[in-house]
Design a protein around this ligand. Structure first.
Ligand SMILES: [Ca+2]
Ligand SMILES: [Ca+2]
Length: 212
C-alpha cells in the first residue's frame, strides 16, 4: 500500500468512527474521492500543501449539483461548512458538512440553517440580517421599487412570529421554538438545504466513483 493510500485509509477510519457522520465507510471513502476529483484528481498533499476547497470551487459544487444560486446564501453555506473559519474547506470539513447537508437530522439542520442566517456570527438573527436575506430571496421575482418597504413589513411580520422572547431579534432558542411550531420555518430566510432529489442524484454520482 502506498503512503498516500495509507493516509487516506487512516482518515476514512477516523471519520467512520465519528457518530455524528451519517455515512458508512464506503460512502466516506467515495465522498473523499469526490473531493479530490473536484481538484482534478489531485491527492491529499499537493506541492506540500493540503488540498482544500476555496469559496469559488464550493460555490460551483452548490450551483452544479444542488442548483443553489443565491450568492448570499452560498456564502453562508460555505461558512457553515468551514468550521475553523480559515476560508477553506478541508477534506474533514467536507465530509462533516456533507453529512449534515445531505443527511442531517432535525437538530443538525436547525443548527446549520441558523449558522447560515446569522450573517455576522453573533448568535442572533437581527432585523438587518433578515432584511438582507429576504431581499436576496425575493429580488429575483420582483423589480418593484417599493420592494424595500414591503420587505421591511415582511421582516416585522416574520419577527412577530419568531421572536418568542420579544427582544427584537431571533435567538437560536426563538428559532428552535418557531420550527417546533411550524417546520416550514426551518428555511424561513431562504433555502440553504438541498432538495431531496438533488441529494439523491449527488449520492448516486458518488456511488459511481471508482477507487482512487
Ligand atoms: Ca476550514
Ligand atoms: Ca447576527
Amino acid at each position: 500500500m502506498t503512503s498516500k493510500r495509507k493516509e487516506l485509509q487512516k482518515l476514512v477510519e477516523k471519520l467512520s468512527k465519528k457518530k455524528e457522520i451519517h455515512f458508512n465507510r464506503q460512502q466516506i471513502e467515495k465522498l473523499i474521492y469526490k473531493f479530490f476529483d473536484l481538484h482534478g484528481g489531485r491527492t491529499m498533499m499537493d506541492k506540500n500543501h493540503v488540498v482544500r476547497m476555496d469559496r469559488s470551487m464550493f460555490r460551483d459544487v452548490l450551483y452544479n449539483y444542488f442548483s443553489m444560486t443565491d450568492d448570499v446564501l452560498l456564502d453562508r453555506v460555505f461558512r457553515a461548512f468551514d468550521k475553523d473559519s480559515d476560508n477553506y474547506i478541508n477534506v474533514e470539513e467536507w465530509v462533516n458538512g456533507m453529512s449534515v447537508f445531505l443527511r442531517g437530522n432535525r437538530e443538525e439542520h436547525t443548527r446549520f440553517c441558523f449558522c447560515a442566517y446569522d450573517l455576522n456570527g453573533d448568535s442572533y438573527i437581527s432585523r438587518e440580517e433578515m432584511f438582507q436575506l429576504l431581499k436576496t430571496s425575493l429580488s429575483r421575482t420582483s423589480t418593484d421599487e417599493d420592494q424595500d418597504e414591503s420587505i421591511k413589513e415582511l421582516v416585522e411580520i416574520t419577527l412577530k412570529k419568531m421572536d418568542a422572547d420579544h427582544d427584537g431579534r431571533v435567538s437560536f432558542d426563538d428559532y428552535k421554538k418557531g420550527i417546533e411550531e411550524d417546520i416550514l420555518m426551518l428555511e424561513f430566510l431562504g433555502p440553504c438545504l438541498p432538495e431531496a432529489k438533488r441529494c439523491q442524484c449527488f449520492l448516486e454520482e458518488i456511488e459511481q466513483l471508482g477507487k482512487y
